[in-house]
Design a protein around this ligand. Structure first.
Ligand code: ZN
Ligand code: ZN
Length: 312
């Protein structure tokens, strides 16, 4: 697995040919070949060795290494350049899976609020643990739901990729927070705007002004927190309550989605947040050619949907 940089641009890709084996795995896992779901209780032996679980024999959450990783803890993570134009590094890192429920029949939007609190506590402890690993600079935590969201297994799960490079997007967001944090003020404005969705004592959710995705939604703690580790128990409950609300609304649309969290790198002061990106429309030629996204649902209408003032 190799990390490669574009000839001229700050644009990186991972070439991971091994992951193309997955479609066969997917058909098997969906029960179309052998009727085995590898993430179900009773099939623990089919997954790589377990790293941890919540609950005992009847576990509620379970996590282990990804069988088809996009990164691996071997090789040289330092980028080097051959023949002027070919910049590369080994795709160094650790790729894990967190199974979010023992039930194949449930999706994340079916879980109780208290279960989301547990899930985010697992995120927090995995980020803490993986950050301590040799050469790891950042831990990306993200969720794929549905075919358009890139989920290759139906059984509900989160993926975690710890890597030797900080993602360029996180660096760009962190740069915007150097000096005075803009998000602290943005939250204050948006929680009272037409884009407001949900709010409780310590967290706020809104559809971002320049939403790229239909029904895109962001959740922030109102106090400037850099990482989940800085959250009090109360803040953790509040933050996940808003995600719970958003997912319940999204379930009524029954669409694919992704979400991911962005915490601050050690050296920066990024305001922690979660971005929820429903995957309804496809990015097409204009998006690819221009980098400008055409979004056919205004964030103001999307917010009305989340607030329950309209169905679509
Ligand atoms: Zn299953
Ligand atoms: Zn802030």
């Amino acid at each position: 697995m190799e990390l490669r940089k574009d000839y001229a641009l700050e644009r990186w890709v991972i070439i991971a040919s091994g992951r193309s084996k997955r479609p066969q795995e997917r058909r098997e896992a969906e029960g179309q070949v052998r009727g085995v779901c590898y993430f179900c209780p009773g099939n623990e032996r089919f997954t790589p060795p377990e790293i941890g679980r919540l609950g005992g024999r009847r576990w509620r959450f379970r996590w282990f290494a990804n069988k088809f990783p996009a990164v691996e803890p071997k090789g040289n993570p330092e980028a080097r350049t051959d023949n002027e134009f070919f910049t590369f590094a080994d795709a160094y890192g650790i790729h894990e899976i967190v199974v979010e429920t023992p039930s194949s029949a449930k999706q994340l939007w079916d879980l109780k609020h208290s279960e989301l609190v547990e899930l985010f506590s697992i995120y927090n402890s995995r980020i803490g643990e993986l950050s301590k690993a040799d050469r790891i600079k950042y831990v990306s935590v993200f969720k794929n739901h549905g075919v358009k969201g890139g989920a290759s297994l139906r059984h509900s799960h989160t993926q975690i990729i710890a890597s030797a490079v900080t993602p360029p997007v996180v660096n760009a967001e962190a740069e915007s927070c150097s000096g005075k944090c803009p998000y602290c003020r943005i939250i204050g404005t948006e929680k009272n705007s037409f884009r407001r969705c949900f709010e409780n004592e310590t967290a706020a959710a809104f559809t971002p002004y320049a939403s790229r995705f239909n029904y895109e939604l962001w959740i922030f703690p109102k106090i400037h927190r850099k990482t989940l580790g800085e959250f009090s128990e109360n803040e953790m409950r509040d933050f996940t309550e808003l995600l719970h609300n958003a997912l319940k609304r999204l379930k009524t649309l029954n669409v694919s989605y992704n979400y991911f969290i962005h915490y601050s790198p050690d050296s920066a002061d990024l305001h922690f947040h979660l971005e929820l990106a429903p995957r309804i429309s496809n990015w097409a030629g204009f998006e690819l050619s221009s980098g400008i996204v055409i979004n056919t649902v205004s964030p103001e209408d999307a917010a009305r949907f989340y607030r329950g003032e309209s169905r679509f």
